[in-house]
Design a protein around this ligand. Sequence first.
Ligand SMILES: [Zn+2]
Length: 243
Amino acid sequence: MTTLAAARHELSIANRILAHEQVFDSYGHVSLRHPEDASRFLLSASVSPEQVKPEDILEYGLDGQTLIATTRAQYSERVIHAEIYRQRPDVQAVVHAHTEAVLPFTVTSVKLRPLLHVAGIIGDDIPVWDMNHHFGDSDLLVTTTEHAQSLASTLGQGRVVLMRGHGFTAAAASLELAVRVAMYLKVNAQAQQAAMALGPVTFLSSGEIAAVNALMGSPKATSRVWDNWAQRCGAGTIMQGVS
Ligand SMILES: [Zn+2]
């Protein structure tokens, strides 16, 4: 199997993991920079994430346009991925989701901050991008390059940007790490809401977050986590025979 074929398989598994773990609902998408050409990325045609198969995955340029003409419906927010790959050469994978547990932190002044050691990878200071501040009243969908440039500039060099009344976008140096960041963003959001209902919360210190990232922030830090999630969503066997 070629590197590109393996990447298509891994990306379809990432879709299924994020759907099964309820980071995604019927919406949400995850992409991967092309393994052989940094000016391209891989993203599924418009299919619900738990249905994505390797053959659904299309190749895009960094302008968000498909490189081969297709009649397939496409995700309207694909420019999010394109612009982050364009602005961030270090990024290899991008997740965009509307995860329920994260949404309250997009519409209140309460900052989402890491309080679990495994969630230190989400970053020390997570910004919130409010589309209305930049573009006025809209349907809140990020569908133009101008929208995506504004979102990407708020993300800056970080891994996560929350989007007011919408969801979040995460970017990382590998597909495995991007999936892990999105997953623990959800877990941390749930734990933070539960903890705040009980009383004042002790968050990770900046030094603890740095130490966690030194250990767990590398692209392939915890392959057993990926393997376990893939098995749990029933996609583990898809990768059998792929090296
Ligand atoms: Zn969205």
